[in-house]
Write a protein that binds this ligand. Structure first.
Ligand SMILES: [Zn+2]
Length: 140
């Protein structure tokens, strides 16, 4: 019985320490197109937030994507990213990672390091979203 209680407490602690990642879109003032990608979440230690944008029809994510990495300290976070016209109809990838490894410490060969000077390791959470343009209410 004692063991059972201990196990239960352990599970509760893991849930309390859970990482959280949310992806949202904000429409522009006219309500016509997604203007901003909002990334929110909560982490219990310092992690890396990777955000990648892909134009519609992207075939090579490494070459055609726009990649950004932000260090996120423990606690709640929120970041907004403008959606450029060329990205409408494209996609966005958002992920939390435990480690950012500089190219000098990469045991490669690694395409990411060759191109960006780093790579990310140990993914914690991942979301993919579509930047579809709203058809609006105008209709016929
Ligand atoms: Zn690498």
């Amino acid at each position: 019985m004692k063991h059972f209680v201990m196990g239960l407490l352990l599970v509760l602690a893991q849930v309390a320490g859970a990482q959280e990642l949310n992806l949202g879109l904000k429409l522009d003032a006219k309500g016509k197109r997604p203007e901003k990608v909002m990334v929110q979440g909560r982490v219990d230690r310092t992690v890396w937030l990777g955000v990648s944008f892909y134009p519609y029809g992207t075939k090579n994510v490494l070459l055609e994507g726009t990649h950004q990495v932000i260090q996120v300290p423990a606690g709640r976070f929120e970041h907004g990213f403008q959606v450029a016209d060329r990205l409408l109809g494209g996609g966005v990838e958002v992920a939390l990672w435990e480690k950012k490894v500089p190219a000098a410490q990469c045991s490669g060969p690694c395409e990411w390091c060759q191109r960006n000077g780093y790579h990310l390791e140990n993914q914690i959470l991942y979301i993919y979203g579509s930047l579809a343009q709203s058809a609006g209410r105008a209709g016929k």
